[in-house]
Design a binder for this molecule. Structure first.
Ligand code: FAD
Ligand code: 2HG
Ligand code: ZN
Length: 474
């Protein structure tokens, strides 16, 4: 049975596009965090939508689950197979072409396996901007950013991936193709089908191509790192930055002391730009076409200082200085990974509630596990914190033991404040049980109904997003 499927896959998409050797498959079965390692029946690497459709159809007929995978940078274990070796990983890695940039429609058509950075470069070469911006942009793919509805550091101005997609081509769980690859800004013909697939984490189909929106280029950037005494200062500053930013405010990010310390420890090329240590930092960026952004940033910082909201500020004086300031923020994931056991919480609450969340939850966690390190940072302008935990120095086991309790404390506080346990990374395998516990019965019924309608046999990404008991096939 299995060998029949493998022969049929080889016949459909080519001998070299079906990997079965464990060494060849190794990079596809472990996630970026190293927390999820699975085992696959095969890794298939189709080169076209027709080949994806053929592969999915064959797997569906054989009753084998399909795990779509892009750059494998996901942080919730959604793109790697289960450990039982029963699933096929479908990598989009060979579908990496920017097919068209249309200056009239202001759109870009791209294959799903194309790295995000390639799309940013193609937009820039055409004098336009594709604004999605993530630390993983060199490796993550357009298909992955669509499947996770990725966010990043420019959401404040441009929204998440959902707001940047106009059309999609998707291979459905039975191998049929939905061709919605249209550049239309207006299409009120019923449910917006593409939005169902955006953020569906590979559980409804395989995205093979997309039409993306382009925006005006913003070559001039004004960037500063500011020192703050509290999270409240960061949330209080937001309306002020917005007011003075005049629509050009793009980024407002928070960095806690522990996050900065980890970056300075593990990325030794980076320096603390301040002579004094501070508890909190904000990274602010305005982007536009002229020196107006510099003037606006200066005015905003002066206004903030006059209201006593800033302890200090460093304004980037050159592109290289901007890179170093941004690297302090972008480097946290990598630095924390190098520090040992990590427990990630990608949470969001209404922005006004962020100071209360941080003030109330931190002490309860530290009481539960003395020595715990609170690595708090993230997209404060969106109300989204990466409320990550690092083990007490030298005691990874303690964090592992306490993990369920600590996570429960955090998610309960998030729920009380009307927030969400996943702001941008998704549910995947990491949060599938938690998601079921923290969503309402009505929400779960609706999610199940959508899954059942589109993938009744449970072919796509089994045991992800939904709790294990709901999976109907391996
Ligand atoms: P993968 O990891 O391969 O897959 C992710 C999910 O999408 C899986 O469920 C998979 O099955 C599904 N999938 C992948 N491709 C397809 C497809 N073509 N069709 C259907 N389903 C598919 N995320 C943010 O939102 N904001 C950030 O700021 C951010 N920063 C990051 C920084 C670092 C250093 C790292 C390592 C990760 C970061 N991420 C961030 C998380 C990650 O990069 C994003 O979730 C990204 O969108 C994943 O893209 P990928 O191509 O790597 O997808
Ligand atoms: C970021 O904003 C990413 O840097 C990654 O979303 C967060 O590693 C993390 O927990
Ligand atoms: Zn993030």
């Amino acid at each position: 049975m299995t060998s029949d499927l493998l022969s049929e896959l080889r016949a459909a998409i080519g001998e070299g596009a079906v990997l079965t050797d464990p060494t060849d498959m190794a990079a596809y079965v472990t996630d970026w965090t190293g927390s999820f390692t699975g085992s696959a029946l095969a890794v298939v690497r189709p080169a076209s939508t027709a080949e994806v459709a053929a592969a999915v159809r064959l797997c569906a007929e054989a009753g084998v689950g399909v795990v779509p995978q892009g750059g494998n940078t996901g942080l919730v274990g959604g793109g790697v197979p289960d450990p039982d070796g029963s699933q096929v990983v479908l990598s989009l890695g060979r579908m990496r072409r920017v097919r068209e940039v249309d200056p009239v429609a202001d759109t870009l058509v791209v294959e799903a396996g194309t790295p995000l950075a390639t799309v940013q470069e193609a937009a820039a070469a055409a004098g336009r901007l594709f604004p999605l911006s993530l630390g993983s942009e060199g490796s993550c793919t357009i298909g992955g950013t669509i499947a996770t509805n990725a966010g990043g550091t420019a959401v404040l101005r441009y929204g998440m991936m959902r707001e940047l997609v106009l059309g999609l081509k998707v291979v459905l769980p039975d191998g049929r193709v939905w061709d919605g690859l249209r550049p239309l800004r207006k299409d009120n013909t019923g449910y917006d089908l593409k939005q169902l697939f955006i953020g569906s984490e590979g559980t409804l189909g395989v995205v093979t191509a997309a039409v993306l929106r382009l925006l005006p280029a913003t070559p001039r950037r004004a960037t500063a790192l500011v020192a703050l005494d509290s999270v409240e200062a960061a949330t209080t500053l937001l309306p002020l930055l917005r007011k003075h930013g005049g629509g050009q405010l793009t980024t407002w990010e928070l960095l806690g002391r522990q996050a900065v310390d980890l970056v300075l420890t593990h990325l030794p090329a980076l320096r603390d730009p301040f002579s004094q240590r501070h508890e909190w930092y904000g990274l602010v960026e305005l982007a536009g076409t002229s020196t107006d952004v510099d003037e606006r940033l200066e005015t905003a910082l002066e206004a903030a200082a006059s209201q006593g909201l800033l302890l200090d500020a460093v304004v980037a004086g050159s592109p290289a200085q901007r890179e170093s300031l941004c690297a302090l923020r972008e480097g946290v994931s990598e630095a924390q990974k190098s520090e040992g056991a990590t427990l990630k919480h990608d949470i969001t609450v209404p922005i006004r509630a962020l100071p209360r969340f941080v003030a109330e939850v931190g002490p309860t966690l530290l009481a539960a596990l003395p020595g715990l390190r609170l690595v708090t940072y993230g997209h404060v302008g969106d109300g989204n914190l990466h409320y990550n935990l690092s083990a007490p120095v030298g005691d990874d086991a303690a964090l592992r033991r306490a993990a369920p309790t600590l996570t429960r404390m955090i998610y309960e506080a998030v729920t009380v404040l009307g927030g969400s346990i996943s702001a941008e990374h998704g549910i995947g395998a990491l949060k599938r049980d938690a998601a079921a516990a923290y969503k309402t019965g009505v929400e779960i019924d609706l999610l199940r109904a959508v899954k059942q309608a589109i993938d009744p046999d449970g072919v796509m990404n089994p045991r992800k997003l939904f709790p294990v008991r709901e999976a109907s096939r391996s």
